[in-house]
Design a protein around this ligand. Structure first.
Ligand code: SF4
Length: 83
């Protein structure tokens, strides 16, 4: 598993993107354009996780068609996507 991970201090959450799952559909970029962008390999990477509201980050995770984006709380509980 190739994970791209970043912490949001503002929301006290950690986001992970599984680059083996990510297929570059860019639904996440549409849902939260400040937080996600596609890199040169057409894989989603995390940009600004402080300004966008948590709802937008959760919405992006929920929108990913292959569930490549996971959001965890400080205690390690998975917050999104919902199982
Ligand atoms: S929505 Fe999912 S598959 Fe699409 S670019 Fe974002 S992380 Fe990758």
């Amino acid at each position: 598993m190739t994970l791209h991970e970043k912490v949001s201090a503002a929301h006290a959450v950690t986001l992970q993107i599984d680059h083996e799952l990510c297929s570059g559909f860019a639904d996440c970029v549409e849902a939260a354009p400040d937080a996600f962008e596609l890199n040169e390999d057409n894989l989603a990477v995390l940009v600004d996780l402080e300004e966008p509201p948590l709802e937008a980050l959760v919405g992006a995770a929920e929108s990913c068609p292959v569930s490549a984006i996971l959001i965890f709380g400080e205690d390690g509980t998975q917050l999104a996507p919902e199982a």
